[in-house]
Design a binder for this molecule. Sequence first.
Ligand code: IMP
Ligand code: MG
Length: 171
Amino acid sequence: MPVEPLLSESEIRDRMAALGRQIEDDYRDRPLTIVAVLTGSLIALADLIRQIRIPLRIALVQASSYRGATTSATTLVINEAFAPDVTGRDVLLLDDILDTGQTLAALVRHIHDRGARSVRTAVLLRKVGRQVVPIEPDYCGFVIPDAFVVGYGLDYDDDYRHLPYVGILSQ
Ligand code: IMP
Ligand code: MG
């Protein structure tokens, strides 16, 4: 399927550098752990952490949502096999995209329950007009229109993650 470029490699690089500066200032002398949501935020994680020149730890969580067969309610299953202890740490939760907000909101609650000292959120992208859960990301790369996007970690059916830019997938 064709992918129409939306955000170029250099635009993303510049924005990541700016976010890095902001995070550096906000978390100086604090025990920062960046918890990245698999798999979509891996590229953003790798690029962002290299723009942050203060000590930090990284952790990974996986969150999968399942829609019930008989109801429209979704259940979020959280797998934290690669998430070290965040007790007393200042956690920055990193996801690829804020769409309905369900994933991020559930993960914020979960990490608070795990004993984190603080939990903030960072997203590469935020789609307008899609949110059902009120959550304001503390750091946001780009606000994008309501279209299905791929690349720079984001997938369609697990493809396209490796594209170095973000583009709109035309279906
Ligand atoms: P939310 O819980 O609805 O905010 O869902 C966020 C998750 O949905 C993201 O982590 C992505 O995995 C996926 N997602 C939402 N919109 C897109 C998109 O346009 N492209 C690729 N994945 C998306
Ligand atoms: Mg995802």
